[in-house]
Write a protein that binds this ligand. Sequence first.
Ligand code: PLP
Length: 364
Amino acid sequence: MSTTRREWLKISALSAGALAFGSVDFAQKADAQNNSGNLIKLSGNENPYGFSPKAKQSMLDALTGGNRYANPETVARLEQQIAAREGLKSENVVLGTGSGEVLCMAAIAFGRQEIVAPEPTFPSLMRYAENLGARLKPVALNEKWEHDFGAMAKLTGENTSLVYVCNPNNPTASLSPADALRAFCRETSKRAPVFADEAYLEYTDDYPRNSMVDLVRSGENVIVSRTFSKIYGMAGLRVGYGLARADVAQKLKKFRMTWFNSLSIGAALAAYEDQNFINESRKKNTEVRRAFLSEMDKMNLKYAPSDANFVWLNVGAGLDDLGDRMRTRGIWIGNPRGGWQRVTVGTSDEMQKFVAAFKEIRKV
Ligand SMILES: Cc1ncc(COP(=O)(O)O)c(C=O)c1O
């Protein structure tokens, strides 16, 4: 039996029950949560293992209170918990409807003039700002799939009103070195606010070191964003947050669109306390990603180094309709861009199905 086959089987066996913890059985959760219609969804970088059972209980308990607006005390408690874990104060925490809302707040508050950002990256903040009249200065990632900090620093000029970095970066899943990013943020934030998008941070092995939150603590003009949508498994519930200096946070909050969803805020509070779920999600993701990438190695496919719950694969020319063809085989991914395809890391079973369908398509 090949190593990879053995690895797959081992992971499948683990998924089938051995990794049950608390009241969550990862395999069952995956079955229940994963399907979008009949499709296996590998397009949204979501957590296939659901979310903390404590968050579910919190929502069930809160359901009958749906006639009331979210209690400001619960909102304040979530801000306090986040602040306490990050060594900050509540005044430094900006909650949002997903981190997507925090990205939009930053675009309105700071981004309307000129934004320096890597390319490719998660485009949401830049698209929003462009609609408000901003100019974009994109800087290609370097050959190691890292941010090109030298080029980004050079392009940050008098007119730059915001700099965006994303680590790990979407869609490439690649991690730029923490020390280089920190030095860049420290220097560049003297000239313009730097927005560090850390949506996938908790998937990295050394995430406290990879975070730029220490720069917020030391008073630099850096905005860090995080989300409950990814490793916390609550994408549909829409909670995220920004961390920034008090004066910067104040400016961001002015542009919050609306008050919070009462069920989601309570769920986030419960999920935040359940670090067991987070640790297991990270572990499972790493195992399945490793096995999946060794399959890609066997097929001689190139990919960017991944430190997240997705992979940026070079599927090559002639497969521009890969997404459409996968869909007819029950798997939902987007279509490739320039020969590159982003694939979310699902469960072991889902990735085996992806590999089987992909091999079939490549043979045709
Ligand atoms: C890098 C990055 N930032 C932010 C977001 C926004 O996520 P959410 O609004 O669900 O927090 C996403 C979503 O995929 C993302 O990939």
